[in-house]
Write a protein that binds this ligand. Structure first.
Ligand SMILES: Nc1ncnc2c1ncn2[C@@H]1O[C@H](COP(=O)(O)OP(=O)(O)OP(=O)(O)O)[C@@H](O)[C@H]1O
Ligand SMILES: [Mg+2]
Length: 735
């Protein structure tokens, strides 16, 4: 059944709508009017004539609990709280009038008598079982439309407000002595006791609220999802369901927190519906953050605020946090927030504005940071040698012929590096060279200039001058067949100035003959593809971000120290491709270093520093439309995700366009923080990736306020609606 607020349950007969859980009228209210007569149903002015289709009583969203003070009883002549079974039958006739006076003692009015009897019955029941005093309601009988995991709980009007959505309850089944834990997933609905909610009478009374001061008596109904059976204090999968009329008790906050599993040192917000319960994360639980998190939601939903809060909490828990900051909005998190609304919300939560300590900002060499005067600001260049050629081909969007030529040039460059005694030089390096996994890293000591020289040599080999020159050089080289060293000797003799159009800039310029021999040894045609490739690599080199000798690379050791917050400020890079290069390179660097730390900590029996890597605009890094062409990049991330679980490396993907994130990426995530999403299609798609969230919670995602989120963490018993704590740190606004 959906949570559409329709109080009329499909498949539910009128009897269920009108009769209380115990078969008696709820609250002991007699089904007769105060004068003891069963009045005929009125037709309030404007009421729907019988036979018109019943309207729904719409109550969208979490229902505010009806005011406990019941409105005055309807006058007998106006409304008939008739017992439900008769509600759809012929209108019952008034009962015979009261008996005549008896010895001067007036007989008790029927209503008063009914109430006394009911009170007596209640007192008897409570005497037998005082625990029932605390029951919030009782389980209802099942019907053919009952669902396996859902139990209907009926309550009095007075107790209805205690069954708010997401409330945890314990159901004690007296018949078989089993106890179940459950959670309110639908309702609480208010159903009239005497007539079906969609009867003309109920509709008539409610629609004339302006004129009428009375309404029908009603009771509460909630649908409770069974979480499991409690066996010796442990929640086990249940095989049965509670029998009808089992008392239901609300768990207090302390017990609820325990059942929900919201414990841990990092508090990121308060659980909606509870006064004080905090949504907490245990930073030292391997099954939580290292199992990776998605922060998802439409623009303005509160994703970046959640990230900022997370950064603050992570530092306090000794986690090393690295943020890939596409807009530079986290470059001031070392200062307390001055956002007025945040400051006020913080005050309400008894928290105060506070910046993180020891913030380090990293930005690409030659690019600005949004916090240019920050004292811990480091520029870095990328090492071409650490970038997988396959990932590079993907990031540069190479066509197949370009990629083929690129990989050929890459292989020739490797041969030349050995020829020129750059790498490998020692036996150990030779062994290592065989181990290089080019799907995850590049070739040691190779610079972009080495590669570009080779690509240019290929272009030259296809030119008219080059064709002749190459042949001469190659045939002369062939004369010196022998060992590699001898070959090099021969070629060295051949050193001459390069032809005008062959310009080499790396160490290869010392022996163009050797370069040409290697190129001619692995011929490759199609000048157009070579040209296109050359221009792509040339452009990449011109970015001046690779192998800048004077600029240090990223210092991973300090980046991965406890409590360190590192912001990789990408606000001044010109393209998503460049961002992707940086992210791919730094991710690999972090992984390598964390693997080494893990091995060391393992050997020494020490704890390892947990690491959290936050990637904003994750859909641009790993886009669904390009996943087919981005296999290497994705596999790199998947490898980090998989290995990170053991090695305390948690990834956090932040995106407002989860539909652009490949489902393979979503499948890597075990935790979700879902802010407001308005697009139904996106919600439907997410449902496939995020299990364990019930329909009633999904229904609320489109109505969440900024800062509210649906949180599904692997250590929570079930997903929770959370008001995320405002960020105590300063966040720059993005235009
Ligand atoms: N936890 C919160 N507590 C209080 N207010 C919040 C919270 N989260 C968000 N807000 C309010 O909502 C605004 C937008 O939040 P935020 O910038 O974090 O959204 P976003 O999802 O990152 O948006 P975008 O997709 O545009 O980056 C904030 O400026 C703030 O006013
Ligand atoms: Mg944002």
């Amino acid at each position: 059944m959906s949570d559409n607020g329709n109080t009329n349950v499909p498949g539910r007969g009128p009897a269920q709508n009108g009769v209380a859980h115990n078969g008696r009228p709820v609250n002991g209210h007699a089904a007769t009017a105060p004068n003891g007569q069963r009045p005929v149903a009125p037709s309030p002015p404007g009421a729907r004539p019988p036979g018109t289709p019943p309207a729904n009583i719409q109550m969208n969203g979490p229902r505010p609990a009806p005011h406990p003070g019941a409105p005055p009883k309807p006058p007998a002549s106006a409304v008939s709280p008739t017992p439900a079974p008769a509600a759809r039958g012929p209108v019952p006739q008034p009962p015979p009038s009261e008996a005549p006076h008896n010895g001067g003692v007036l007989p008790l009015p029927a209503r008063a008598k009914g109430e006394i009897d009911a009170a007596k019955e209640r007192a008897e029941a409570l005497k037998a079982d005082p625990e029932l005093e605390n029951a919030v309601g009782f389980t209802h009988f099942d019907t053919s439309s009952s669902h396996d995991n859902l139990v209907t709980v009926l309550s009095t009007k007075e107790d209805l407000h205690r069954l708010a959505s997401q409330t945890l309850v314990r159901i004690k089944c007296r018949e078989d002595d089993k106890a179940y834990l459950g959670v309110v997933v639908q309702g609480p609905f208010a159903e009239p006791n005497a007539v079906p909610a969609n009867s003309t009478m109920a509709i008539g009374v409610v629609t004339h609220g302006k004129k009428l001061t009375y309404t029908f008596e009603y009771h509460g109904r909630a649908e409770v999802e069974i979480l499991g059976e409690e066996v010796a204090g442990v929640l086990k999968p249940h095989r049965f369901r509670p029998r009808p009329q089992s008392p239901v008790f609300v768990l207090d906050e302390e017990e609820s927190a325990k059942v929900l599993g919201v414990s841990g040192e990092m508090s990121i917000g308060t659980v909606v519906g509870y006064e004080r319960m905090e949504a907490r994360i245990n930073a030292r639980d391997k099954s939580v953050l290292p199992r990776h998190t998605g922060i998802i939601g439409t623009t303005g939903g509160g994703k970046s605020t959640t990230v900022a809060t997370l950064i603050h909490r992570a530092q306090n828990s000794g986690i090393a946090t690295i943020v890939f900051d596409v807009e530079g909005e986290y470059t001031h998190v070392d200062r307390p927030t001055d956002h007025q609304a945040m400051v006020e919300t913080l005050k309400r939560r008894d928290q105060k504005p506070e910046g993180v300590k020891d913030l380090h900002i990293h930005h690409l060499v030659g690019r600005e940071s949004r916090n240019p005067r920050h004292k811990n600001k480091h520029d870095f260049s990328l090492n071409f040698s650490s970038l997988s050629p396959y990932a590079l081909a993907e990031i540069l969007d190479m066509t197949e012929p370009q990629q083929e030529r690129f990989l050929k040039a890459y292989d020739v460059t490797k041969l030349l590096l050995e020829d020129f005694e750059v790498y490998p030089v020692t036996d150990e390096e030779r062994r290592d060279a065989l181990e290089v996994d080019e799907l995850s890293t590049g070739y040691p000591k190779m610079t972009i200039q080495h590669l570009l020289d080779v690509v240019n040599a290929y272009l030259y080999s296809l030119s008219d001058e080059g064709k002749g020159d190459g042949k001469n050089r190659a045939s002369r080289a062939a004369k010196g067949k022998g060992t590699v060293a001898e070959e090099i000797e021969v070629l060295k003799e051949d050193e001459g100035p390069p032809a005008n159009s062959l310009r080499l800039y790396s160490i290869f310029k010392n022996n163009p003959g050797n370069v040409m021999r290697r190129v001619m040894g692995q011929k490759s045609g199609n000048v157009i593809s070579w040209r296109a490739l050359a221009s792509k690599i040339q452009r990449l080199r011109r970015l001046n971000i690779f192998d800048m000798g004077t600029t240090e690379g990223v210092k991973y050791d300090t980046m991965l120290s406890p409590g360190r917050v590192s912001v990789i400020d990408l606000s001044d890079t010109e393209s998503p491709q460049l961002n992707n290069l940086v992210i791919a390179d730094i991710l690999r660097g972090i992984q390598e270093r964390q693997e080494a730390s893990y091995e060391k900590a393992h050997r020494e029996g020490k704890d390892i520093t947990p690491v959290l890597i936050i990637i904003e605009e994750a859909h641009e890094f790993l886009s669904a439309s390009r996943i087919a062409q981005m296999k290497t990049l994705f596999e790199q991330v998947a490898r980090i995700a998989k290995r990170g679980r053991k090695r305390w490396l948690g990834l956090v993907f932040v995106t407002q366009l989860p539909q652009h994130l490949p489902s393979e990426v979503l499948a890597l995530l075990n935790n979700f923080i879902i802010h407001k999403i308005t697009d139904g299609a996106v919600i439907n798609q997410l449902k496939k990736s995020v299990g364990s969230i019930d329909e009633s919670l999904w229904n609320r995602v489109s109505r969440l306020a900024p800062g509210q989120a649906l949180m599904s963490f692997s250590h929570f018993t079930r997903p929770l609606m959370v008001a995320v704590d405002p960020a105590p740190v300063k966040r720059l606004l993005v235009d």
